[in-house]
Design a protein around this ligand. Structure first.
Ligand code: NAP
Length: 491
């Protein structure tokens, strides 16, 4: 199948997107002939059917990745980098049809889909540049008796499992460094959003990626198809982005063969606002950190801890901003807030809001699901959320800002760290001393200081504690796909 430059009509975009499995450079049906439906969360209607891989298909994909590994590792770094660079350029040239495809399968607004696609493409540009900077070391041993040569080599065939909330970017930040490092791979996108990944695979093929380097399997029997691969000694690396409970299960499975793993898991990001903060910047940052992807981001601000002196004003302004947002189908012009991805997601949001209200929180805007087709929930602010509320402990994954207050810096830090998660945190203050003390005390892999957006392909993305381990992006990102080998040389 060749890449069509589709128009921006949904049926054209869907018709030009592959729906089969990609194994060894060939698009093919599932060995069972079965398919699974992809739903539009704004209407609940089926968009298309994609191939539903079996255990045998999963095995075939790993066999293809294993066969392609030696040739790919021997491919010059510049060539690997240039494939990524060409794919980067194609993604940007097709941003409109890719954005529509993403909005159709995932629900986010077109503006957000475009932003994700630009972000996703940047990982290819970044790692196209990193491909040619894979270094090593040479040293003389302290006693002068030997020479120490340190070599970096690709880790080998990888398995990537990605979530639905960022259907393309969660893929490119694994595929980019793996391609750059000389690793082959099997990718399993989320069942709800496979289309962006299938479109991306075609772009990489068109950019010259050799057969078997990237294999894509879509399946409805995820656990059954993935587990044998994770336990298979041909696989050398697993990189997973998704929920903490699934990540824990995959780590158990990967223990058998001591598989190298990277785990990008759940979050519960605190957003700290101190009395001296620039309130305009804090409210802008809050809207960005809360509402990106309708709150369905692992980095989303989950709870707002605001110092008592400005809590009322901050709540008033944030309420005004969230109440003014336009909610509707993501593909409509001017829509800022799309639907949640599914009914289960909306039910969870409703339950967490009801729990907070029952415990004494006040709804200052929203606080309700929106009737009609699609899984819409009104942007919501909860004020005076008490310490025991579940929403302060659980990832809400929806458009709800829960605000609690604190008095002293120590109290603010303690509240922020009172979670098993440690992915992102946000801090707003103009006091340099306070900023440094708080950043150093926060148990989070990433901190936005006076800014509400932290994701950046040039920075190391990843968490602490139950948010996982490993880093994606930055100069750290490629290290996840490299092994260190040392050669002792007699002079
Ligand atoms: P999820 O249920 O863990 O699913 C993520 C992926 O894992 C999907 O591809 C899913 O496949 C697959 N999966 C589910 N069960 C599996 C199993 N037994 N074996 C192998 N794979 C399995 O997570 P989600 O609800 O879709 O995603 C949201 C979560 O991801 C949130 O917690 C969010 O914080 C986290 N997240 C983290 C980051 C980060 O970088 N730290 C980024 C984005 C999202 P199916 O779709 O087929 O079930």
């Amino acid at each position: 199948m060749s890449t069509l430059h589709a128009g921006t009509h949904p049926s054209e975009v869907l018709d030009s997107t592959p729906t089969q499995l990609l194994i060894g450079g060939v698009w093919r049906n599932s060995s069972s002939g079965r398919t699974l439906a992809v739903e539009d969360p704004a209407t609940g209607r089926t968009l298309v059917h994609v191939a539903d891989a079996t255990v045998e298909d999963g095995d075939a994909a790993l066999a293809a990745a294993t066969a392609a590994q030696p040739g790919w590792a021997a491919t010059p770094p510049r060539e690997r980098g240039e494939i990524l660079r060409r794919a980067f350029e194609t993604i940007l040239s097709r941003i409109e049809d890719l954005a529509l495809l993403m909005t159709l399968e995932m629900g986010k607004s077109l503006a957000e889909s475009r932003a994700e696609i630009r972000y996703a493409a940047e990982f290819f540009r970044w790692f196209s540049e990193e491909a040619v900077r894979i270094g090593g070391r040479f040293a003389t041993s302290p006693d002068g008796a030997t020479r120490l040569l340190t070599i970096k080599r690709p880790v080998g065939p990888c398995l990537f499992i990605t979530p639905w909330n960022f259907p393309m970017a969660m893929g490119t930040r694994k595929i980019g460094p793996a391609v750059a490092a000389g690793c082959t791979m099997v990718v399993k996108p989320a069942g709800q959003t496979p289309l962006s990944m299938l479109a991306l695979a075609q772009i990489l093929i068109d950019a010259g990626l050799p057969d078997g380097v990237l294999n894509v399997v879509t399946t409805s029997t995820t656990g059954a198809v993935m587990e044998p691969l994770i336990r298979d000694p041909r696989l050398r690396k697993l990189s997973f982005t998704g929920s903490t409970p699934v990540g824990q299960r995959l780590i158990e499975q990967s223990a058998q063969q001591l598989l190298r793993t990277s785990m990008e898991l759940g979050g519960n990001a605190p957003f700290l606002v101190f009395d001296d903060a620039d309130l305009d910047a804090a409210v802008d940052g809050a809207v960005a950190a809360k509402m990106r992807n309708v709150g369905q981001a692992c980095t989303a601000a989950n709870r707002f801890h605001v110092q008592a002196g400005i809590a009322e004003e901050f709540t008033r302004r944030l309420t005004e901003r969230l109440a003014a947002l336009t909610v509707g189908p993501g593909s409509e012009d001017g829509v800022e807030v799309g639907p949640l991805v599914d009914q289960a997601g909306r039910t969870k949001v409703a339950k967490l809001v009801a729990d907070a209200v029952a415990r004494g929180a006040t709804v200052t805007t929203g606080g309700r699901a929106i009737d009609g087709p699609g899984h819409f929930y009104a942007p919501t602010v909860l004020a005076d959320v008490p310490a025991g509320a579940r929403i302060l402990r659980e990832e809400v994954f929806g458009p709800v800002a829960a605000i609690a207050t604190f008095s002293t810096e120590e109290e603010g830090i303690a509240a922020a760290n009172d979670t098993e998660y440690g992915l992102a945190a946000y801090v707003f203050t103009r006091d340099v001393g306070c900023a440094l003390r708080v950043c150093e005390a926060l148990e989070a892999g990433m901190i936005g200081l006076n800014q509400g957006v932290i994701s950046n392909p040039a920075a190391p993305f990843g968490g602490l504690k139950a948010s996982g381990f490993g880093r994606e992006g930055g100069s750290e990102g490629i290290e996840e796909y490299l092994e260190t080998q040392y050669v002792g040389i007699a002079p």
